[in-house]
Design a protein around this ligand. Structure first.
Ligand code: SF4
Length: 243
């Protein structure tokens, strides 16, 4: 965004320096999302303690969760931090057509997927989601029912990161394309058993080795989908290969 504001190609900058020190046109710049800015007036009016007490001990305040997927009432729900996932699901009208929950991506496509049994006992806050191996991320809660093909979901997610990579760093530029092509190959029934190990290997080598968070965002879904739903990927590999 800062690069674009300055009339350059919109791609991530090396950090440090962080924008608070050197931002737009070389000046200290504060960057916040609108949710954060919208919280400021009531905090100024009522005090920080009032806001913090709306949530739970380490995750204070409220949070807007954008619930999408197989729910009856997708939408934005501003609720106290720490709300149990099952209560958020109820607010969103429950599962469509009474189907069974299969998995949830609780913080936008970049965070690790959580299987149903783990998310149903989870609270929607930083600590609760960390306990089940995921993260609050952007608060974009993607709900998937029992009919969902997890290979198809991961193919779609991987395509997004492949398309969005700006190409500055090699692990992301080459790795995102590699991930996408392997998942596509598996979904078309032409994958091999080695592809599964290679997927994890490529994702592990992208993680933590890039300029911006998009590299991690591309790696984490692959790692978590393989961890929790490897059997669905294996089922798409021709039997001669899977042996
Ligand atoms: S991680 Fe990807 S999107 Fe981010 S700077 Fe590197 S190549 Fe660009």
């Amino acid at each position: 965004m800062l690069e674009s504001l300055e009339g350059k190609k919109g791609q991530p900058r090396f950090k440090p320096p962080f924008p608070a020190q050197v931002g737009a046109f070389g000046k200290p710049t504060t960057i916040n999302n609108t949710e954060t800015l919208a919280s400021i007036p009531p905090i100024v009016r009522n005090g920080p303690d009032w806001f913090a007490k709306l949530g739970v001990e380490k995750s204070g305040g409220t949070k807007i969760y954008s619930v999408s997927g197989h729910v009856n009432r997708p939408g934005n729900y501003e609720v106290p931090m720490g709300i149990p996932f099952r209560d958020l699901l109820a607010l969103a009208g429950g599962m469509q057509e009474g189907r069974i929950l299969k998995a949830v991506i609780p913080g936008g496509s970049s965070v690790p997927v959580v299987p149903a049994d783990a998310i149903m006992g989870c609270t929607m806050d930083y600590e609760g989601l960390a306990k089940v191996g995921s993260a609050l991320g952007a608060g974009s809660v993607i709900v998937m029912d029992e009919t969902t093909c997890m290979v198809k979901v991961l193919e779609r997610i991987s395509y997004f990161y492949f398309a969005e990579s700006c190409g500055q760093c090699t692990p992301c530029r080459e790795g995102t394309g590699w991930l996408y092509r392997m998942i596509k190959r598996i979904r078309s029934g032409e994958g091999t058993h080695q592809d599964l190990d290679r997927l994890k290997s490529v994702a592990d080598r992208i993680e933590g080795r890039t300029i911006c968070a998009l590299g991690d965002a591309a790696a984490w879904p692959v790692q978590s989908f393989l961890k929790h739903f490897r059997h669905e990927f294996e089922a798409m590999i021709p039997s001669a290969e899977a042996a």
